[in-house]
Design a binder for this molecule. Structure first.
Ligand code: CP3
Length: 345
């Protein structure tokens, strides 16, 4: 059967007049219905691990806005949780984890293939979504890339400059490499199980790739992505992969070819015109409207949507923000974004 879902067509390399669209963090605190379901779940992690509620919040933005894709509701930090690191969320502050900075803490982690019992509720969420999504909406699974996940496991929290992870890399390279290896194995297992459950494509979020420079970018962003993508392609031929080495800058160039990714997601620190010439020449790109426009709206939003659409019009493109939508965004601006995108050029 010919593929009819627009997102899957773009990932297969098709150029469309109106590109498919979805939004990072499209299920989130800017939506009153999300906040209501989150309150029902009690806390964020319970929401992630309760399949009916996680599926419900995944579907909320689809009902409200008719996006072309749904992204599984979960979090990149469920993998450390499944590996045996303690994980909790402090309201208004963000995630906290037990830290992995010495051999004893590393030795207490589970093997990469021992995560499935813990993550079974996530796979159940994927199965519910595969059944319930409208037939023209694609289902995206995801995981954090090893470097980004490692930065949280080493620091025990989000950090502005990923300092603790850089320090461990400098001071105990064998331990750092072993941790990267363990996360890589778990990520392959996790994404593979999401695909088995019904995810049609998967996205690898390397939110902190921008702090890896020179050889480090090659060793800890590019190489793990290539390893994970090669393993997934061997197990699931034909399932496309989206890679997001956020703030990679010039390192976006050639990233798809070097890693085997079917699409490179772009943050909004690179211009669409630059990326069309340097990155989209190799295939599909995703992005890259600045999330701030979802707060400010107005004619500037409309103009930016049209500029980005025009810049990427000569090749395969998935419209998205350059990073996640923020809690202070106005849902009306999301509707305006989609209206401007889908209006005749
Ligand atoms: O995009 C989606 O709608 C799917 C769900 C999703 C979440 N997190 C839900 C979430 C996805 C894809 C993620 C990825 C994620 N999580 C990343 C990579 C992408 C990025 O944003 O750079 C990272 C670094 C995390 C780790 C994480 N989770 C942090 C740092 C925080 C706290 C910051 C914040 O916004 O509060 C979270 C919590 C989180 N994950 C929320 C949501 C909707 C907010 C939690 C809440 O409801 O209180």
């Amino acid at each position: 059967m010919a593929e009819t879902k627009k997102l899957m067509r773009a990932l297969a390399g098709e150029t469309m007049d109106v590109p498919p669209a979805w939004m990072m963090r499209q299920a989130g605190r800017y939506l009153p219905e999300y906040k209501a379901t989150r309150a029902e779940a009690g806390d964020f992690l319970s929401l992630c691990y309760t399949p009916d509620l996680a599926a419900e919040v995944t579907l909320q933005p689809i009902r409200r806005f008719a996006f072309d894709a749904a992204i599984l509701f979960a979090d990149i930090l469920l993998v450390p949780d499944a590996l045996g690191a303690d994980l909790w969320f402090v309201t208004g502050e963000g995630p906290r984890l037990s830290t992995i900075t010495d051999q004893a803490a590393f030795d207490a982690l589970k093997p990469g293939d021992a995560i499935h019992d813990h993550l079974a509720p996530v796979y159940e969420t994927v199965r519910i979504l595969a059944r319930e999504l409208p037939s023209d909406v694609a289902l995206i699974g995801f995981a954090g890339a090893p470097w980004t996940v490692a930065t949280y496991m080493i620091a025990g929290r989000g950090t502005p400059d990923q300092g603790p992870a850089h320090d461990l890399k400098a001071q105990n390279r064998p331990l750092f490499d072993a941790l990267m290896q363990r996360i890589t194995e778990a990520t392959i297992e996790y994404l593979s199980a999401q695909i088995d459950a019904g995810a049609e494509t998967v996205k690898l979020f390397d939110s902190w790739a921008g702090s890896l420079k020179g050889q480090d970018f090659h060793d800890y962003a590019l190489t793990p992505a290539r390893t994970i993508i090669a393993a997934l392609k061997a197990r699931h031929p034909g399932v496309p992969v989206i890679a997001f080495p956020r703030e990679a800058g010039d390192n976006y160039i050639g990233f798809a070819k070097a890693t085997g990714a079917d699409c490179v997601a772009l943050d909004n620190s690179v211009s669409a015109e630059w990326a069309a010439e340097k990155v989209q020449v190799d295939g599909c790109v995703q992005g890259n409207l600045a999330p701030g426009h979802m707060v400010t709206g107005g004619q500037a939003l409309v103009d930016e949507v049209k500029r980005i659409r025009a810049a990427f019009s000569k090749g395969p493109h998935i419209f998205n923000l350059g990073h996640g939508i923020t809690p202070d965004a106005d849902p009306d601006n999301v509707a305006l974004m989609l209206e401007s995108l889908r209006a005749p050029a």
